[in-house]
Design a protein around this ligand. Structure first.
Ligand code: BG6
Length: 511
């Protein structure tokens, strides 16, 4: 494992939840595994006045709650050593002239700690600051790589639509080069998402079949069993299309469908992902209702417990038409996938939490055994389980022992947990480490982000312009609007339902 160069990780928005729950615990996990350089510090920034010690106390709590390792006595000593590397500086990050004081603080630390002018700036702030902060950093020369490195990590959401994403890219490019910009999509940091590439490109039994000749359709699901909780205010302005489809699900589609890259490096892999995103057939505004189903969870009862509907959540408009569920069908117009439908689906308050990619293979050209028994010809499926219970499941037909040729579908199931000493790093741990090493392979490139926004634009336009476009109510705890089944063509085909519907009541309806 390579060790990053000495550096300081500067976190804007350090008094916020992301720093507390994800970033600092992930950096601690890296520290604990000795993946950090000798000379390293975190400099937290924010408007809230905090001393170094107050910041350290808060982060200690975050590490104890959210780091992956179980905290024992030995680890407590390590936490206390790690906390010495944390510093805090309060200032108004909006105000250009206040960057002079911040720069003095940063360069002072750099000198004291010997971090060689290497800085990573992490924007864990509200998106409204994504243009301001890089601009002010540049004014003070902190974008320069003359003496060390200067990298910028930008959290999602990267824009609100195509227009704003382009404006944001343009604004970043005025001060930073693409090579310095790391747009985070935590799905790419998931171990099993990366394993998609290994499954495809290192197994002779899969790669030759991975195309229109053998695959009937591809299904990608990211289901959540929780609602919007306290994030209602944010979610109202976002909805599932922006929150999950434009980024996470389209990237999963990109990785599933891409051509083998020439090399395993950042540009080669990201070039192939962009090509897929650019080849997705645009859905015309007038056809959106045919190809895209949106839904919103309504009150129901699950296992005897009453569950709130989306409109009753804190911060949500009681007449909201924001979608908490999206299912869609699209085609990738290229040589490999011509004519193969891709179905993607995501939703909140579904019966379980699961993210998976399912490759449905075509049936054999001749149904030799069909006449021998009351079985329906089942298609082979390869299920790539991204989370939880990460692993691979292959479904295929076997002869039922005894007379005749009765065929039964059976499973070959691999679970990551079966690997000895398995340790799946958190997505943030992996991505932060990559950025420290200067590897942007698992970060979204500007052109990919724009291609994804370009694809969702007519959907956003159709929903905004056509007030009559339907939002389907689905009972919390169900698998979403039942009409989504109609997207999948074929009389005996449906979505894969990894577990049963949990909603005991509540009516499917139009909102
Ligand atoms: C985030 C979304 O990007 O991803 C959340 O903003 C969503 O709404 C989350 O819950 C899902 O991530 P994961 O890793 O739990 O699948």
């Amino acid at each position: 494992m390579k060790t990053p160069k000495n550096h300081i990780l500067v976190i804007f928005g350090a008094s916020g939840d992301l720093t507390y729950r994800k970033l600092v615990p992930a950096v601690f996990d890296l520290y604990e595994k000795k993946f950090l350089p000798n000379n390293f510090a975190i400099l937290g920034l924010g408007r809230t006045e905090l001393s170094d010690n107050q910041f350290r106390d808060k982060m200690k709590e975050g590490i104890e709650k959210f780091a992956l390792k179980k905290i024992d006595e030995h680890l407590k000593v390590k936490i206390s050593d790690f906390l010495d590397k944390l510093f805090y500086y309060a200032f108004n990050t909006d105000e250009e002239r206040e960057y002079a004081g911040f720069k003095d603080k940063l360069l002072g630390l750099d000198k004291d700690l010997g971090t060689n002018n290497n800085f990573i700036f992490y924007l864990a702030t509200p998106p409204s600051m994504y243009t301001t902060i890089p601009c002010h950093l540049a004014k003070y020369g902190l974008n320069s790589e003359d003496e060390g490195f200067s990298r910028l990590i930008v959290e999602k959401p990267f824009g609100y639509d195509l227009e704003t994403a382009k404006t944001l890219n343009d604004s970043l490019f005025r001060n930073f080069r693409e090579k310095q910009i790391y747009r985070i999509d935590h799905y790419l940091g998931k171990e099993t998402v990366q394993n998609l590439l290994v499954t495809r490109f290192s197994n002779a039994i899969f790669e030759p079949l991975w195309n229109r000749n053998y695959v009937s359709h591809v299904e990608i699901t990211s289901a959540e069993s929780i609602g919007v909780g306290s994030r209602g205010g944010y979610y109202e302005g976002s909805g599932a299309l922006r929150d999950m489809v434009q980024n996470h699900l389209l990237l999963l589609a990109g990785l599933t469908a891409m051509e083998p890259p020439a090399l395993i490096d950042s540009n080669s892999i990201r070039n192939e992902i962009v090509k897929v995103l650019q080849s997705i057939r645009p859905i015309k505004e007038e056809e959106v209702d045919k190809y895209v189903i949106r839904g919103q969870y309504i009150a129901s009862s699950v296992k005897g417990e009453k569950v709130k509907g989306y409109r009753e959540e804190q911060g949500v408009d009681p007449e909201s038409r924001t979608e908490t569920y999206v299912a869609m069908k699209f085609f990738i117009d290229n040589m490999r996938w011509g004519g193969v439908p891709f179905y993607i689906r995501t939703g909140k308050m579904l019966p379980t939490r699961v993210t998976e990619v399912v490759i449905h293979f075509k049936p054999t050209p001749h149904h030799l055994f069909l006449s021998h028994a009351a079985i329906t010809q089942q298609q082979n499926q390869l299920v790539i389980r991204i989370q939880p219970d990460e692993g691979l499941l292959l479904k295929f037909g076997m002869k039922v022992p005894g007379s005749g040729f009765n065929v039964q579908n059976v499973n070959m199931d691999f679970h990551y947990t079966d690997l000895a000493d398995v340790y799946l790093p958190s997505a943030y741990e992996r991505l932060l480490h990559d950025c420290m090493l200067g590897d942007s392979t698992l970060y979204s490139r500007g052109d990919a982000v724009e291609a994804a926004w370009k694809f969702v634009k007519p959907i956003q336009d159709a929903w905004a312009n056509n007030k009559g476009s339907k939002v389907h109510g689905y009972p919390a705890g169900s698998w979403g609007p039942d009409i989504a089944d109609e997207l999948i063509e074929g009389s005996d085909l449906t979505w894969r339902y990894p577990c049963k519907n949990l909603a005991n009541d509540g009516n499917y309806c139009e909102l």
